[in-house]
Design a protein around this ligand. Structure first.
Ligand SMILES: Cc1ncc(COP(=O)(O)O)c(C=O)c1O
Length: 458
């Protein structure tokens, strides 16, 4: 069919394994360091937080050192509620842009909670259930991750407690109600429920919160509550691995479309949806002779890759986590209140950082007004109201298509549409009212923040 729009896979064609990119790295990831001893930590240090299967996936050891890791049957059965997700050709957008480029997008918003996040929430809940965990604690920025944990916990009979960044809690009451409908308990972060939260509330009773603070609260909750483990929505290696189901499907779907992307684009907060779409294409660069450009898109308000420094930092604001080598703006970073709540993190997944440092992937930062302009153009041509986070990828896909128009090249562009924006209409309203500010994080602030970090010899 010459004007085909959707490239679907049958359920029977769904990939049966996740891709473990660590197996293809020429050199291992930099070690995770204990802040007290300055020495690499072993798996036992993570045991209070995660079940052993997850820890071994994180470290890529034992049965989890392979390139491909079988998706457990119980997880596969739940994935089938919405997977395989569609790959679409944005023909109307192409026409509106009058570009010779072909634009494809993988749509993860068809999951029950509206984003890619359940791709990892489900296996995390599964491995916890296997290990006897009764309760999960987690944080959420925009509410997408909390929704995924609430959903996955309901399927495996686990309790869920979600620390939701205060500004999102205020902006998105329906997200909170959605999580409650799945049976989870939600609290605005900083909260009175943890010592870390109380400390930030003392400094400012109306604290807008940050992902770093919410992570500190969820971690404290985990280690102080019996039968509780921690569930994380991004950044960690195992999370990115679970998300590779996106890119593995996309590879098969692009083949059905008879094309291969010249450019693969994803937005980055902690790096999970980007890792999900991109890592199977990274494999083509690392192991085959592919020259695909792979572009991570971040907000100028939280530009960890484009302005951050590649050094050891904590994963949270209260400095409870081990030290990890990442591009970071400093763990004390409190981001400007942009509407892409899920992109307001101070650092980035170590896997993405390593690939960026080695020049395998590129990064670009964009401002929120042009991002919303792209979102609106997409909604009016393709029909889907995209999440503000995902719209960062749309902005750059459109920019690439416009460049192709200028040069007259028939580029093939693939981007990940990580979620829909049905709970983000307040952001759209502010955009239409001309009330959105464009924030640019000053590079001097990064230098100051990073100067205070512990020095690691590695
Ligand atoms: C729809 C959507 N896309 C992207 C992100 C960013 O996270 P990540 O970089 O882990 O994909 C979020 C985070 O909340 C999100 O909700």
């Amino acid at each position: 069919m010459s004007n085909q729009v959707k490239y679907q896979l049958e359920e029977s064609e769904m990939p049966t394994a996740w891709y473990n990119v660590q197996a293809d790295f020429a050199t291992p990831l930099p070690p995770v360091i204990h802040p007290g001893t300055g020495q690499p930590i072993g798996p036992e240090a993570l045991a209070p937080l995660f079940p052993m299967d997850i820890i071994m996936q994180e470290a890529s050891v034992g049965p989890y050192a392979e390139r491909f890791i079988d998706i457990p049957e119980e997880v596969y059965e739940i994935y089938r509620l919405w997977r395989p997700t569609p790959l679409l050709r944005a023909r109307r957008l192409e026409k509106a842009l009058d570009t010779p480029a072909h634009i494809y997008y993988k749509y993860e918003g068809v999951s029950p909670v509206g984003s890619h996040k359940p791709n990892t929430a489900v296996p995390q809940a599964y491995y916890n259930k296997l290990a006897g965990t009764k309760r999960l604690a987690t944080e959420t920025g925009a509410g997408q991750w909390g929704s995924a944990v609430a959903f996955a916990s309901a399927f495996f009979g686990l309790e869920a407690k979600v620390y939701m960044v205060n500004i999102s809690y205020q902006q998105k009451p329906y997200r909170r109600m959605l999580m409650e409908s799945y049976g989870a308990s939600i609290v605005a972060s900083p909260s009175k429920d943890t010592a870390a939260g109380r400390k930030f509330l003392e400094q400012d009773p109306n604290h807008t919160g940050s992902l770093g603070i919410a992570i500190s609260e969820a971690l404290e909750d985990t280690v102080t509550t019996p039968d509780t483990k921690y569930s994380i929505g991004s950044v960690f290696n195992h999370v990115l691995m679970h998300q590779t189901v996106i890119g593995e499907e996309a590879l098969k779907q692009m083949e059905k479309a008879g094309e291969f992307p010249d450019v693969v684009i994803g937005c980055v907060g902690g790096g999970s949806n980007f890792g999900g779409i991109a890592l199977p294409f990274v494999r083509g660069k690392l192991k085959e002779d592919k020259t695909t450009r792979i572009v991570a898109v971040e907000p100028t308000a939280a530009p960890s890759l484009t302005k951050g420094i590649y050094t050891y930092d904590f994963g949270d604001t209260a400095q409870m986590t081990p030290l990890v080598k990442m591009y970071t703006l400093g763990s004390a970073f409190i981001p400007a209140p942009i509407h892409a709540g899920g992109l307001r993190y101070h650092a980035m997944a170590p896997i993405i950082c390593k690939l960026y440092n080695e020049g395998v992937i590129e990064a670009v930062a964009v401002k929120q007004n042009p991002v919303f302009a792209a979102a609106v153009q997409f909604a009016r041509t393709e029909g889907i109201i995209p999440a503000p986070e995902s719209s960062h990828a749309i902005r750059v896909a459109i920019d690439e298509a416009l460049k192709a128009k200028e040069s007259g090249e028939k580029k093939v562009i693939l981007f990940n549409l990580s979620g829909h924006g049905h709970f983000d209409m307040a952001g759209y309203q502010m955009y239409f009212a001309g009330k959105l500010e464009d924030y640019e994080y000053p590079v001097e602030e990064v230098e100051k923040a990073v100067a205070g970090l512990p020095k690691v010899a590695a």
